[in-house]
Write a protein that binds this ligand. Structure first.
Ligand code: ADP
Ligand code: MG
Length: 405
């Protein structure tokens, strides 16, 4: 091949290469800018950069970098250029720009210096990262917003928490006050009950001893008078006196009845077991309802509070059987276990209605519970229609409990 042909081929290849790089430059999706490294003037800018900045090729050509709007604000431009001349490389990850049309853009800016045919050329690659930047920004904003919301919510929760704690404290205080006042009421009720029992005992004795003895003396006097009148031949008067005698007898019985109803002497004299036996027998006699009593392990009572409580509870339960149960049979049982006393009153009547058991108007049952509570025990009442009612009282007698039976 001749030299001419060789040169022609090299020229052709060069031309082809030039066309390829030119096309790369023209179609690149990044901005590309060439500057003269000595003067800093723009020697070329690709279409993408022209579009990005909004300047025509002619407007850009021959300008210094900092003479065109978008780079004007970068005070560092002149300095950056010098640095570039010195270091041959410069990079900005995120450079904010304002285009000719006053649009704000963010670009990644990379410059290199290299030598072409003995002169230094600066090539700047400018990539539009606005979309990425905005997305990052939005993400950061969302993050900040979320953080603020979390903070606000935390503050709200703390507030609610504090409020709740205050309410709980108040509730607790109120609960304590209620508990205290309930305790006071219970003490008061206990005190009233013992006062009532004392008073009943006193009146009952007074009636029995004073009234009873006076009446008995009257009765004896009357029979004496009646006999002497009869022997003196005043039979008519004698009959009248005998009638008075009978009335006095009735009064004596009534007075005894009132005295025992108030507080049977047997309770204080012989204890709770004989008192219950008497009570059940008396109940049967008065009502015609068959009464049974079962006593297990119950000795003489030394504790009057306990025996009074048991006696009054049975009295109330039996009165209820008479008034409400329509029963034909009732069984009272008192049993002493190891560390508890179990008292049961069971009838075979209609059965107490569920809602009556804890009704606020069931004062008899409330009184029962109060007495038992004072002794540290509990009351269980149950009833089944047609099967009767069971009142079951458990009173602890172990250490700490009130005395023993
Ligand atoms: N053994 C019972 N059988 C059926 N009902 C009963 C019995 N004991 C109580 N009751 C019911 O429970 C209610 C409450 O009894 P209580 O508190 O003693 O009040 P009271 O006897 O003054 O009515 C009674 O009114 C009655 O309806
Ligand atoms: Mg009652």
């Amino acid at each position: 091949m001749s030299d001419i042909a060789k040169r022609k081929r090299i020229e052709d290849e060069l031309k082809a290469s030039e066309v390829r790089y030119r096309r790369l430059f023209e179609t690149a999706k990044d901005g590309i800018l060439f500057l003269d490294a000595d003067t800093g003037r723009i020697t070329d800018a690709n279409p993408f950069l022209q579009d990005l900045l909004g300047y025509s090729h002619a407007e850009l050509l021959g300008k210094m970098l900092w003479e065109i709007g978008p780079f004007r604000d970068i005070a560092a431009s002149r300095g950056a250029f010098r640095k570039l001349q010195r270091k041959k490389y410069i990079r900005y990850d995120n450079l904010p720009l304002e285009t000719k049309g006053r649009r704000h853009r963010h670009v990644e800016f990379v410059s290199n210096v290299y030598r072409v045919n003995g002169t230094e050329v600066i090539q700047c690659n400018i990539r539009d990262i606005t979309a990425r930047y905005q997305a990052e920004q939005a993400l950061a904003d969302t993050g900040k917003l979320l953080e603020q919301r979390v903070e606000a919510r935390t503050a709200e929760l703390l507030m609610a928490n504090r409020l709740m704690k205050n309410m709980l404290d108040e509730g607790k205080r109120a609960g304590e006050m209620i508990a205290k006042s309930r305790e006071r009421l219970r003490n008061l009720s206990g005190r009233l009950q013992s006062l009532l029992e004392e008073e009943r005992t006193r009146i009952s004795r007074e009636i029995h001893d004073v009234l009873g003895q006076t009446l008995t003396a009257m009765k004896m006097d009357l029979s004496l008078i009646s006999r002497s009148l009869a022997s003196d031949g005043h039979a008519g008067h004698s009959a009248k006196i005998r009638e008075i005698e009978r009335n006095v007898n009735n009064i004596i019985r009534t007075v005894r009845r009132i005295a025992t109803d108030m507080r049977p002497g047997i309770l204080d004299e012989l204890g709770v077991a004989p008192a219950l036996e008497w009570l059940v027998k008396d109940f049967q006699k008065r009502t015609g309802i068959s009464g049974k009593i079962v006593l297990r392990g119950v000795d003489r009572t030394t504790d009057t509070v306990l025996s009074t409580a048991i006696f009054r509870i049975v009295q109330e339960a039996l009165t209820n059987v008479m008034r409400h149960a329509a029963a034909s049979q009732v069984t009272v049982s008192l049993e002493k276990m190891n560390n508890a006393l179990i008292l049961e009153v069971k009838d075979n009547g209609i059965g107490i209605m569920e809602e009556r058991i804890f009704h606020s108007k069931s004062l008899g049952l409330i009184g029962m519970r109060e007495r038992v509570l004072l002794l540290g025990g509990e009351v269980a009442i149950s009833g089944k229609p047609g099967e009767g009612t069971l009142v079951r009282v458990t009173i602890p007698t172990g250490s700490g409990a009130i005395s023993n039976v």
